[in-house]
Design a protein around this ligand. Sequence first.
Ligand code: MG
Length: 373
Amino acid sequence: MSELAGYAVRAENTRGRAKREPAPAGRSEFQRDRDRIIHSTAFRRLEYKTQVFVNHEGDLFRTRLTHSLEVAQIARSVARNLRLNEDLVEAISLAHDVGHTPFGHAGQDALHACMKPHGGFEHNLQSLRVVDLLEQRYAAFDGLNLCFETREGILKHCSIKNARLLGDVGARFVRRRRPSLEAQLANLADEIAYNNHDVDDGLRSGLLTVDQLLGVAIFREHMELVLHEHPHIDRRRLVHETVRRMISTLVVDLTRQSVGNIRKRAPRTIEDVRAAPPMISFSTSMQTQQQELKRFLRVNLYQHHKVARMTNKARRIVAELFNAFFDEPRLMPPQYHVATGGDVARTVADYIAGMTDRYAMREYRRLFAVDDI
Ligand code: MG
């Protein structure tokens, strides 16, 4: 790794872990965080959780696991160019979605609706809860006992009300300060990854067509270029080559604009970064193009009637599971049984949020199918 910039987070200056541990041998603090995330149960479950499509719809669609790997890849390559801490950016990227419910946003919305009278449900906050508390693998502590900077990056947004309850990682929302550049970068790498793979998955599924996408400037521009250079290219390669170039353009734009922002603000330390406005950003024109693509995906993919049918069903599964467990907590496995006076709703939410798509469907069948009681 090239030498870190002054404004990068340095492992040796970490604010540390909630529970003190001896320094790791042969790897940095953030490498240890990344390794703990990779070995966690929640990370493995990402393989069977979806973003847009339900997991069993097709073998080639992105899951939250492959999505997280793509985010880490994009974030690391920008981090290297900006001389940021690649290990930290990788740890944040790999962990950013571990709190997601089954069935993507439909599952999250349903769980939030059920949890409204009990403090609500935010997937971001849940990711933090997973790494702080819910993973139970280590002898000396609950959770993964990650460094402050990794946890800060995982909590990319949160309401002021919740922030006040979160102590150290919540403070920046209350004080209106920024997280590290590594955290800012992981956040935008997430955006680059999902916008582009949703185009790819949308086309593969047949829910989107190339003709429709030609109405989106960034797609049209790159597809025309590919066709100009390779007039006889087959369709599959044409789509891949177009998406590849879109990602590359976004990465180059993000890097260039961020270098400019950093030069202008000239932060010397991480404290300067926290006090300044966000410095990792796209150029204004690229932001406009990204917005156009996002709008297109919302209307044509996320609200597509076939996706709506799937998400409607998913919403019902999550809501009915919640009600059944909330009314009768002993239907949950013993490790989820709550002591008298405990928070039943939160425990049910933790159980459901941890489920994979197929586990949730199986639980639903086990609870409600009358033919195999
Ligand atoms: Mg994500």
